[in-house]
Ligand binder design. Sequence first.
Ligand code: ATP
Length: 589
Amino acid sequence: MDYSLLVEAYQRIDSTTKRLEITDHLVDLFKKTPVELVDKVVYLTQGKLYPDYMGIELGIAEKLAVKAVAMAAGVSEPKVDRTVKELGDLGETAAKFMGKRAQATLFQEALTVEKVYDGLDRIARATGEGAQDLKIKILSGLLSNASPDEAKYLVRTVTGRLRLGVADMTILDALAIAFCGSKDLRPMLERAYNLSSDLGGVAKAVAERGVEGVKGFQVTVGKPIRPMLAERLPSAEEILAKIGGKGLAEYKYDGERLQIHKLANGEVMIFSRRLENITHHYPDVCELARKHVKADEVILEAEGVAINPDSGEMLPFQELMHRRRKYGIEEAMEQYPIALFCFDLLYADGEDYTLKPLPQRRRKLEKAIKRSERVQLSQAMVASSVEELEKFFEKAIEDGCEGVVVKSMGSDSVYQAGARGWLWIKYKRDYKSVLTDTVDLVAVGAFHGRGKRAGTYGALLMAAYDKKSDLFKTVCKVGTGFTDEDLAKLPKLFKDNVIPHRHARVESQLEADVWFVPAVVLEIVGAEITLSPIHTCAMNRIRAGSGLAIRFPRFTGRYRTDKAPEDATTVEEIVEMYLRQLKKIEAEA
Ligand code: ATP
């Protein structure tokens, strides 16, 4: 197939923004394409060579492409650079130079789609020593046989700048029209795509066998399923009304969505929300999946969250980004271990669960995983009243989550692969604020440490001072910010303050492992102050049944030995800080 046919279609598509016209151009193109090339044409039209999950990326640095253009055109690199500046696009530049060159040469071999695809594939796969030279050579070889228009699109493709703006759904429409006779059959093609994440694969199947070709598409362990996404509403009332008065509310963890595939041979693959294969970022998650997933073959979804290994506290999302690196994964795994919060199951031991309602998927998920500190089920509750849902939401925020996702539990609550729909509704706060002041809080209790912190404390229960009642009221648990030295000295520091029960001047709904006489004051910083159903600081002051808590608290390293417990930050001050924070948010909005 001549590459020029593809380029003509690109030009037509580039000249319109109307979806129907784009669809028509694609139908024309697909009809002209030999069956065995349909998948490649689809990938190329999207500026790709393979489905995303294969991880073979097309795209070379513009600098290399400049060298290739210079080589093919027989001009100097600075000259190419100057023209790029003038025209603003390397594609147009290549077209200009190749036009001149075409007039000067007689012996050109027509470019075919096969040759272009093969060349681009070799460029994408070239690695190691000499890879750069090889890439330049292959590209300049292709360019020397290209017409000006072909050169333009070739360069755009290879530098990752094709951007025809063709949506997946438009390609599916065009495939349905071209090979199944009608757009009405698109939903069948769409389901095949959602289950396989491979548009080229779907194209090939329908080109070969029409609609029959996609009927056989099944969930395959090792191929990502396009993720189900949530709609959003701003209040608990609206969510419950929309979802039929009752739904499964789950913590919305603030980490990375991981689609975990465990194969029968024990191999584990992990795909991101965007379907990239990110297995290599998470060797520890693979290990956890091998150990804690009981089914032999399984696809499940979890949110991976960075945690403080010693206290089990969840850390802010940014900490997880340390894991997205090429090198030093081992160290990153140690510094930023991950806990998995599993929230869905899509396939287990030969059975496709995507069309089963949520309660059934959840039951299977519960059975399929062996829970541990590092592998948990998402915190969930059946919510049927606004108050319940609000309380759960506050607790989620306080625990370091982004909010909650409320999920339909009805008989139609299937896993809608690839769709954003009302079966899942997220409830997030629409603001984030930064607490700039530090607070001085009194340690009133502690929780035993684990792992590296066995034998010392994992977290301290901290309180503010309430002048009116002369009581200490809890406001957070802090386990972050302590150095090894701090940790070693904590038990000694508190030795004389340990008592067998909660101190009479401490008001707490949490049961600490160890209680203290309120005496030691520590300086704490946090991300913000939030409503809390658990902490007793300012209970019922802002909202009935809620107190105030400090979110993502961290010890600054300063022991305020100069302060008596009654000199600690007061409940009044925390209320003021909360109100100031609200004002700031309103002003910014
Ligand atoms: P957002 O930026 O709000 O996460 P999104 O477009 O990535 O938006 P949505 O489907 O709108 O994704 O929101 C759900 C996201 O929340 C999921 O992609 C997932 O990563 C995350 N998440 C965390 N906890 C859960 C949970 N318990 N159930 C479903 N999704 C969860």
